[in-house]
Design a protein around this ligand. Structure first.
Ligand SMILES: Cc1cc2nc3c(=O)[nH]c(=O)nc-3n(C[C@H](O)[C@H](O)[C@H](O)COP(=O)(O)OP(=O)(O)OC[C@H]3O[C@@H](n4cnc5c(N)ncnc54)[C@H](O)[C@@H]3O)c2cc1C
Length: 400
């Protein structure tokens, strides 16, 4: 019987193994830690955001700053609808939240882990934990996997260990080229009097631009203890992961807290002023922002809260609107988003056949998951790429 060895016992490995025909192969999963699926366990704040309710592959790939072109064909074969069916047909009911993220109804990543573990235990698959793969060498008939604890021969290798420098070194030694890993999905560290002491303040639809990189994103924005976070920031951090690493995370951003043009904001201001002539500026409710943030903006714009709205000078109004719609802030570093450490970088996608996720360099050698130079914005897309790639590998091996 031919032998398949998985390097790494995470999301991609388990999903692939769970879809394999175990009557055809002897299957071993080698995992360095004492426990498998540890990232799934902590994912989505312990709830595991398994996928995203975006069922059109062409739309879906737009959430992948790296890998969008290559994933298109992958998603035409296995996409979020298939993921939902896969888990639900195995008694893991899923739910779609308002923003499209898909979670287990139990709100616990353990349901996803239990399901995959059950599938694996029902099959003839050996899981060897505390097996650190140090090196892989090609042999006449396949591969030799060298771990601290011993050596394993394999006819097929499924390489799914994530993208640490150590795992990238193993794959480079086998002849693959890699793009160095840099963090993706992070929040911006900012020290500025505009946002200090206002953590928790959120904006429904703000615009964030990085003029130096000629890029911008819009979406919800959140003030944190360290600076700014929320989808608008996370999206920009993922799309510009490499450029921001080159800038050593020191750059200027321009924020429009209202998400509307300054001219439109001015119209709203004037309309309000014309109807509420007796109101003080401090008690005026013109824009969809919190009271505390409004007062902070007024303070920063050097406008007395008690001043009557109709007595504001032109330059005071312009200053106020500029701070709301074009406020420049200096980013001085980055922080990890909810411990969700995702990297941009990994094995060069040109060296992978995306019809079956096989290496174009190494025969009978498959790769999936974070080890590839593929990553997505937050929202369940990273797991979806793992499930789809892993499923393709299983189909290919089952068909041999
Ligand atoms: C805190 C956090 C939360 C996240 N939440 C979400 C979410 O909700 N939704 C989403 O889509 N994505 C999420 N992600 C991203 C997602 O977890 C990853 O994209 C996904 O786990 C990658 O799967 P993988 O199979 O490539 O690698 P992993 O799941 O990381 O598995 C790799 C496995 O290989 C093992 N390994 C590594 N090197 C070796 C070696 N030399 N020998 C043996 N074993 C080895 C590792 O210990 C690990 O178990 C989150 C990430 C983090 C860090």
């Amino acid at each position: 019987m031919k032998k398949i060895i998985f390097v790494g016992g995470g999301a991609s490995a388990f999903f692939c193994a769970a879809n394999l025909d175990d009557t055809k192969y002897k299957i071993i999963i080698l995992e360095q830690n004492a426990d498998v699926l540890q990232k799934v366990k902590i994912s989505g704040g312990g709830r595991c955001n398994v996928s995203h309710a975006c069922f059109n592959p062409k739309e879906l790939v737009q959430f992948y700053p790296r890998g969008s072109r290559e994933l298109l064909s992958v998603f035409t074969k296995f996409q979020p609808g298939d993921t939902m069916e896969w888990f639900e047909s195995r008694n893991v009911p899923l739910k779609i939240e308002e923003d499209g993220r898909i979670f287990p109804e139990s709100n616990s990543s353990q349901s996803i882990i239990d399901c995959m573990q059950k599938e694996i235990s029902a099959k003839n698959i050996e899981v060897k934990t505390q097996s650190v793969v140090k090196q892989i060498i090609t042999t006449e008939n396949g591969y030799k996997i060298i771990t601290k604890e011993g050596e394993f021969d394999a006819d097929f290798v499924v390489f799914t260990p994530g993208s640490s420098p150590k795992t990238l070194k193993i794959i480079e030694e086998l002849g693959h080229s890699t793009i160095p890993a840099v963090p993706s999905l992070f929040t911006f560290n900012i020290k500025d009097e505009l946002i200090s002491d206002l953590p928790g303040t959120s904006f429904l639809n703000a615009e964030v631009a990085i003029p130096k990189l000629k890029t911008d994103e819009s979406g919800p924005l959140l003030i944190t203890h360290w600076g700014l976070s929320g989808p608008a920031i996370l999206k920009i951090s993922a799309w510009k992961a490499r450029e921001l690493a080159d800038l050593k995370y020191q750059f200027e951003i321009k924020v429009n807290f209202l998400g509307i043009d300054k001219e439109d904001a001015e119209d709203l201001f004037n309309d309000y002023k014309n109807v509420n002539t007796k109101k003080t500026i401090g008690s005026s409710r013109i824009f969809d922002i919190t009271n505390r943030f409004w007062h902070r903006i007024l303070w920063l714009s050097k406008i007395d809260l008690e001043k009557n709205i109709s007595q504001l000078t032109k330059s005071e109004i312009q200053n106020l609107l500029e701070n709301l719609c074009n406020r420049k802030l200096k980013v001085t570093g980055k922080s990890t988003y909810k411990d969700e450490f995702v990297t941009a970088g990994g094995v060069n996608l040109k060296e992978i056949n995306f019809k079956n996720m096989q290496s174009k360099i190494l025969p009978n050698f498959y790769l999936a998951g974070e080890v590839l130079n593929i990553d997505a914005v937050t929202g369940g897309y990273n797991f979806q790429a793992c499930w789809s790639e892993a499923w393709l590998i299983a189909q290919d091996l089952n068909s041999l």
